[in-house]
Design a protein around this ligand. Sequence first.
Ligand SMILES: Nc1ncnc2c1ncn2[C@@H]1O[C@H](COP(=O)(O)OP(=O)(O)OP(=O)(O)O)[C@@H](O)[C@H]1O
Ligand SMILES: [Mg+2]
Length: 479
Amino acid sequence: MSKIYELTVEAVEAGDIITYHPMKLANALRIKDVNRLAVETSVMGDKALVTIYPHDPLARVILADPQMLVMDDRGRVWIGRYHNGRPSMLRLYDPASGSAQRLLLFGTTGAGKSTAGQIILAAMKRSGIAVLYADLKGGQSAPEAYGQTGPGADGNVAWRVTTQEGTMAQLRTTWLTMMDRQERYARLGRSKFLRDRPDPLIYQIVDEANRLLEKGAPYRDEATFYIKDIGRTGRSLGVGIGLFAQAGHLEEMGGSDTLRAMLKEGEVILLRWTSSMMKQLVTDGLLPAGQILAPIPKYAGEVDLVSQFDEEHTDDDRPGTQGTAYNVNGRYPTSKMRFWNIGSPIPTEGLDPMVLDLYGPGAPPEIEEAAWDLIGDAYCQRLDGMEAYRAVFPEPEEDEDGEGGGGRKKGGGAKAAASPVPASQPKPRARTLRDRVQAVLDAHDDPLDALQILELVNADGGREVKLGSVRNTLTAIRN
Ligand SMILES: Nc1ncnc2c1ncn2[C@@H]1O[C@H](COP(=O)(O)OP(=O)(O)OP(=O)(O)O)[C@@H](O)[C@H]1O
Ligand SMILES: [Mg+2]
């Protein structure tokens, strides 16, 4: 009963593709617990490796050392393992092309999305990635992923928000940071992002993204715009996006178009799903052709006929399969993997010290200071709710000469479904500090020193800026 059997299967005719039904295969092999069975098919689909384990090989998946979460030199983090003990890796950065990734983590309720999310967030902190994290479950999804209160403060992510309005403020901030980088990099003559030279990799993560994107959600259209645009443009600017969602149907996620591109080109992880979602992924051709993913049952273990000689099965409680997933872009897309089982075995009161250990102490990486003047108070003061929203989408009358451009919110009520950016229209570019400094220089023929420029810039009615920022901008203009 303790042996592992491995069978190699080949298609009879050249060119044939091996297809199988996981349950039927288990049945034919007289295996009652489908978790004991692992099937891997070759890329061509003409060969398969069938492994039969004595027990569920993914029952215990333990992270030996949080250091294992640090990104490797190929931009991948180690999120868990496969049945055969091999590591399951998630790419957060592609050093060859200098690009950030698009992450999608799907699963039904209780499948382990937020726990998997904490592993990814902790890996990001340890890897020097600045994270803007929106938890639309009011902060309950990953309480240990608490945000900084301001620059330099302790925290596990750079900025956490827990409201729809805060999420919109984050999306806008991420988008503005991206625009700022686009302009700066163009000036430097750079065609691609170079990690930490000088800017960090940034990720915008939305947990419970379905609440933001489902039909009837107050900011659905605007959020869709930002997510699409960050997904499209952010890659080459070191700005990635990740959505964790519980979705029965792609339509619930801001329309299927929003996600189609992300799914096609992104890093996709499927935790336990609903059948309608999976059907859609298959019919839309979003899953690798010809690959069948065995459903992930809610519980592991045999369903019936427990032998009295089988000592492992004396306990009536069947273990859950939370955290079991298919890492669609990983090394073995058709093999189940399981995320590390993190946290204390028994729920703790307050923040779980074992989860906090994953992140490690101290301040997390932050958005580069070069962008602070442009992105403004919502980020710099780490605001949330309507306050954050108003800071990035000011009322038209508060709109200072194009500063914070695109502010177009109608009505001031907290419940108003504001439209910060009409999804169909290009948005005006926010005025940067460079624009303001340039305006001052253009208006003065006589030479000015940095202090005089600072005074004139601060007198133009825009956001108050510091001498250091003006100096940096002057250097940038001179180059
Ligand atoms: N890799 C894992 N190994 C073992 N247990 C896990 C794993 N991942 C999650 N769990 C357990 O499963 C339960 C649900 O996990 P989690 O809250 O992450 O799911 P979720 O998909 O975010 O659920 P919800 O839809 O409620 O937000 C938790 O009690 C957690 O401890
Ligand atoms: Mg959750």
